[in-house]
Design a protein around this ligand. Sequence first.
Ligand code: NAP
Length: 248
Amino acid sequence: MQPILLVTGGSRGIGRATAIAAARQGYQVVVNYHHNADAAAEVVQAIKAQNGHAVAMGADVSSESDVVAMFARIDQELGAIDVLINNAGVVGLRDSVINMDAARLTRMFAVNITGSFLCAREAIKRMSTDLGGKGGRIVNVSSVASKHGAPGEYVDYAASKGAIDTMTLGLAKEVATQGIRVNAVRPGLVYTDIHAASGEPGRADRIRPQIPMQRVGNPEEVAAAILWLASTESSYSTGAVLDVAGGR
Ligand code: NAP
């Protein structure tokens, strides 16, 4: 049986690269998306073109009912999940905290934090050896913004990723005896659409001089780290947060 891997936000960017690389490694891949069904369908097509297995599933990770329904669909169509990649994430427009209203903060924390918790909860229900599962791996996608704070850009986003780092540490310890490993990857600047969503499509190249390696990363380089943490190669790692950031 091929192991089952769910990547949230698998339609674009780092999630897309992770979905395609995971299928190449033999996973059956669930490509979650929110709005962009066409992009998710393109990822599924790309995986099928390389003789892999993939299915697209729309769900807003910040919606409890959407998440519960998506995991039920995975149970029915594929079986028990082996790997969860908590990748879906959003940024708001570049701004200062003084201008951030409750609507912006609520959306930010709902997608980036609550979404990761809800998906982890549903995954653990199925993976936990205490509950009859066969174990599993969870990989959270954080950001080096959690270390730098993103002042004047998006402190709310950075704080949401700080929560992901802490969630990784606590949850890893909580489920360590249940056959589940929980780790995180903390990307630096990576070429994806997310920078345009902050209102500055050229952001990555503007900040490039601050990166010790003097270059921006590619989604495939982050995907490789995510899939290492999802693999048996990292069998003694849990609660780890791995920077993939060119030294930043
Ligand atoms: P991206 O290119 O903007 O793609 C975001 C993905 O998340 C899309 O697939 C999108 O789906 C999905 N998504 C957004 N909101 C969602 C929701 N509520 N429910 C389900 N899916 C949702 O972003 P990216 O740069 O690849 O970022 C992926 C992760 O890496 C994020 O957690 C981000 O914070 C983190 N990260 C990125 C960078 C970077 O420089 N790119 C650096 C550090 C960390 P649709 O296609 O349907 O919209």
